[in-house]
Write a new protein. Structure first.
Length: 181
């Protein structure tokens, strides 16, 4: 008996119409426990095909993508506590907007802002150099555009809204909110 998975159908349509691209890790090996979809603009940026990011060092982001997709340990903050330097940070005060954070090298940090469609399925909708985002107020101004970008791809499809990191991530997850400073 075949099982109908609505998430698979939604993603298939988004990929077939060119609104999303599945981002495979540069270094593949073994089973992928999580998947990442990005806009074509983000894919071009990561591949060095976008003038805005032409000379940007993306090795740290590509490593993080590989770790995420493989289901290896990622550090997560549901409270948006960037002081603990999580790999994934749910931004506070916003409607389930997340930042995938490549924090090295220090002066070339990268953020991919997006949302989770389902457990282990992250959709990146915008990519920025961290210093372009500025302080928290300016950062949130950019992040506020993510729900509209989501709607332009998925219409009224709901984002994953969960209460624990394990509800968002397959594989190994470290909840940095539970770690004392």
């Amino acid at each position: 008996m075949l099982t109908y998975n609505a998430t698979d159908r939604i993603l298939y349509q988004a990929v077939e119409t060119g609104r999303l691209v599945r981002r495979l890790p540069r270094r593949q090996g073994g089973q992928e426990l999580r998947t990442l979809y990005v806009t074509p603009k983000i894919a071009d940026g990561l591949d060095g095909k976008d003038e805005q990011f032409k000379y940007f060092p993306f090795l740290p982001m590509e490593n993080l993508i590989s770790i995420y997709c493989a289901g290896h340990a990622v550090q997560v903050s549901l409270t948006g506590d960037s002081s603990k330097k999580p790999d994934f940070e749910r931004l506070s005060g916003l409607d389930n907007v997340w930042a995938l954070c490549a924090r090295k090298p220090r002066f070339w940090q990268t953020r991919i802002l997006g949302r989770f469609l389902s457990k282990g399925v992250f959709v990146g909708l915008a990519m920025y150099e961290r210093r372009w985002l500025g302080g928290r107020k300016q950062y949130n101004k950019f992040a506020e555009a993510i729900p509209e970008k989501w709607a332009s791809i998925f219409g009224n499809v709901s984002v994953l809204n969960a209460s624990t990191p394990d509800d968002y991530f397959s594989g190994v997850v470290i909840d940095v909110d539970d770690i004392e400073k």
